[in-house]
Design a protein around this ligand. Structure first.
Ligand code: G4P
Length: 175
């Protein structure tokens, strides 16, 4: 396990909790936020994608924004966050809905046609990968745009998918 993964695991054990499948990280990651920790996570994940051709990072509101920003900054590209409410200033858009099992509600994600162009290469980033409903909606949006998904990365991957680049997996958390 690398040093930033060890640091994150230590923070979860000391300041958060692991309750079955639910990881509490709201004192440093997704409610109160430690910007220096986020930055170190961004450096680590950016390093893993340094040799890929990436035009933009894409995430969804709200907790994905911090990690997408850190990653984008270190890869030197912009990031897009899909919005959960469509503003009046977004007349032309791509949209897809995702069902949240933790919140038991369906949400539509919107991305303006002004920020996502055909042929662009996108990297998906988020805080958690649980069942992948957010990821699926983002995949649909990328497809609607005729853009390409080049990979996916999260801070904590709770699923069995091995194609999602993560700092920690459930195995690390329960070891
Ligand atoms: P998904 O993330 O793979 O799409 O699965 P799921 O529908 O279960 O996740 C719904 C929401 O719950 C997501 O946030 C996700 O980040 C969050 N989540 C999933 N697992 C955990 C966990 O173990 N701990 C915590 N703290 N959150 C978890 P969201 O609804 O998209 O929005 P937001 O909270 O980022 O605004």
């Amino acid at each position: 396990m690398n040093s930033v993964a060890k640091e994150l695991l230590g923070r979860i054990r000391r300041e958060g909790s692991i309750n079955g499948q639910i990881i509490k990280v709201d004192r440093f990651l997704n409610h109160m936020v430690d910007p220096l920790l986020i930055d170190r996570l961004g450096v680590e994940l950016a390093g893993r994608f340094a040799d890929r051709e990436i035009d933009k990072i894409i995430t969804a509101e709200s907790s994905g924004i911090m990690i997408a920003q850190a990653l984008a900054r270190h890869l030197g590209v912009p990031f897009i966050y899909a919005k959960k409410k469509r503003p009046l200033t977004m007349p032309e858009f791509f949209a897809a809905s995702s069902y949240s099992f933790t919140k038991e509600e369906s949400t539509t994600l919107y991305v303006s046609r002004e920020v996502l162009q055909e042929g662009e290469r996108l990297l998906f980033a988020d805080d958690f990968f649980a069942v992948g409903s957010t990821f699926k909606a983002i995949e649909q949006i990328i497809e609607q745009a005729g853009a390409t998904l080049v990979g996916a990365t999260v801070i904590i991957n709770k699923s069995d998918r091995r194609d999602i680049e993560a700092i920690l997996t459930m195995k690390d958390l329960t070891a």
